[in-house]
Design a protein around this ligand. Structure first.
Ligand code: ZN
Length: 166
């Protein structure tokens, strides 16, 4: 079956400003730094429903809400086996493989269920959240969902999730 119909949303407000650092295979890490991430979303359908793939008015707040949840946070990949993350009363304490240590107020951190905070992994996380929320709020599944995360202008990662045919 071919994917004949698509919508694409990439509003100005699909953005989030975050700090992060990559952990590399050898245990070294990037210095803490930030990006103004931009997000583009493309959803496909096999056929139209009410002459639409999915209502723009419905998908836009879903994407916006997820972008906003990352905004102004330090993103920490909680599935990274090289990081040690300790929950304290008010802070998370994070010990890196190079033995550097961060202690950050809980409200300034977002622990993500990913292995590293590469744009590729962030795209996978956003893709999953958008699908979960669209299904939960509207009972709808795109036949295919593509999420593009632009880390800096002209440099982005894409993750495509294809729904298995029922
Ligand atoms: Zn970076």
């Amino acid at each position: 079956m071919s994917l004949s119909y698509s919508i694409k949303v990439y509003k100005q407000y699909f953005n989030f400003a975050c700090s992060h650092f990559m952990i590399f295979e050898d245990g070294s890490r990037e210095p803490l730094h930030g990006h103004n991430y931009r997000v583009k979303v493309k959803g496909d359908a096999l056929e139209l429903s009410s002459d639409m793939v999915f209502d723009f008015l419905d998908i836009k707040p879903v994407v916006r809400e997820i972008c906003d949840s990352l905004d102004h946070k330090l993103l920490i990949p909680k599935l990274n086996s090289k990081l040690k993350i300790f929950e304290e009363e008010k802070n998370f304490r994070i010990i890196c493989p190079d033995e550097s240590e961060f202690s950050i107020p809980k409200q300034d951190i977002l622990l993500l269920p990913i292995e590293n905070t590469s744009s590729e992994r962030i795209a996978i996380y956003l893709n999953q959240k958008i699908r979960e929320n669209t299904l939960q709020k509207f009972g709808y599944k795109f036949a295919q969902l593509e999420v593009e995360v632009e880390e800096t202008p002209g440099q982005s990662a894409i993750y495509i999730h294809k729904e298995e045919p029922a």
